[in-house]
Design a protein around this ligand. Structure first.
Ligand SMILES: *[C@@H]1O[C@H](CO)[C@@H](O)[C@H](O)[C@H]1NC(C)=O
Length: 313
């Protein structure tokens, strides 16, 4: 990358998804609807788990934390993207960019670790720590001249493209972090699912086995979508980085996963459904719902994934 001048960049421009006014209006409407749906679903899950004492156990704390994370980390990017779709000014200050990058990474990494270990506290600590490393290695590079980010928010691979210095070392660090933070969780989750599949084969009724299998498939699709898109962004040779295409991948772990998570993990769970019906019963006058037997959730990864699958009957 050739420096055009030696002045440091004081702000960046986020090009976003489109520059055509009509298209921008359409995207605004679609993204706004998606964002509102994300807020609604995830706060519903969060509130249900907070107010229903039957749901005060590790697996549901995991789901509540997941919903809280999904709201927070879409909120670090989507409202700004919506504003930029409506306005001609698409700039973000240098400091604003660092802050956005850091918060987004912290929450994103927390989510990556959370899926793998399901231990809430360690995920948050890990997320905020690793994000510091990531943001640090990216922002210690000089940025001068070029300041147009072909992306919808300040994300590491898109920013690195603009650095006016040798980025090889930084890219190696980003790659190694990707291996640790993406490959390890995927491996742990795969192992958990092998155990669950084996357990579901032992379910005596064919219908039960089939149901467990279909739930596993749904979870597995979500995990693939989330980690697959993130791996694609953070774990490959920099030469293959194409901003024009990559922002769509980023959109998957940013927005699509937050939209689908509650539907896949929480709202199919019979106790969460029970709590929902009960809440509606309190609000209106729906007949109260008979709850199924509630098993005590374990804190281990395999136990929790197991319960997440088996509790959906
Ligand atoms: C996350 O889980 C912990 C339990 O480990 C719980 O105390 C906390 O309230 C949860 N946080 C949110 C935001 O749901």
């Amino acid at each position: 990358m050739e420096p055009m001048n030696l002045l440091s960049v004081s702000e960046f421009l986020l090009l976003g998804f489109s520059s055509q006014p009509r298209m921008q209006l359409l995207l605004f409407a679609v993204f706004l609807a998606i964002y509102l749906a994300i807020l609604f679903e995830n706060s519903l899950i969060f509130v249900l788990i907070k107010i229903d004492s039957h749901l005060h156990m590790p697996m549901y704390f995991f789901l509540a934390n997941l919903s809280f994370l999904d709201i927070s980390y879409t909120t670090t990017t989507v409202p700004q993207m919506l504003l930029h779709l409506l306005s001609k000014k698409k700039n973000i200050s240098y400091v604003g960019c660092i802050i956005q990058m850091y918060i987004f990474l912290s929450l994103g990494i927390t989510e990556c670790i959370l899926y793998a270990v399901m231990m809430v506290a360690s995920s948050w600590v890990g997320g905020f720590f690793f994000a510091m490393v990531h943001t640090g290695v990216t922002m210690r590079l000089p940025y001068c001249g070029l300041n147009e980010i072909n992306h919808f928010f300040c994300e590491v691979p898109a920013i690195l493209k603009l650095a006016c210095a040798d980025t090889r070392v930084t890219k190696v660090v980003v790659f190694v972090m990707g291996v640790i933070l993406l490959m390890t969780p995927v491996f742990l989750i795969l192992v958990s699912y092998v155990f669950i599949m084996v357990a579901s084969l032992r379910i005596s009724s064919a219908e039960g086995g089939l149901k467990a299998f279909s739930i596993c498939t749904a979870h597995f699709t979500m995990v693939t979508l989330f980690y697959g898109a993130a791996m694609f962004m953070y774990m490959r040779p920099a030469s293959s980085y194409s901003p024009e295409r990559d922002k769509y991948f980023s959109f998957f772990y940013n927005v699509v996963s937050a939209l689908l998570n509650p539907l896949i993990y929480s709202l199919r769970n019979k106790d969460v459904k029970g709590a929902l019906v009960k809440l509606m019963g309190l609000l209106g006058s729906f007949p109260s719902f008979r709850r199924g037997e509630v098993e005590q959730g374990g804190a281990g990864t395999q136990d929790s994934w197991y319960l997440l699958v088996m509790e959906q009957f």
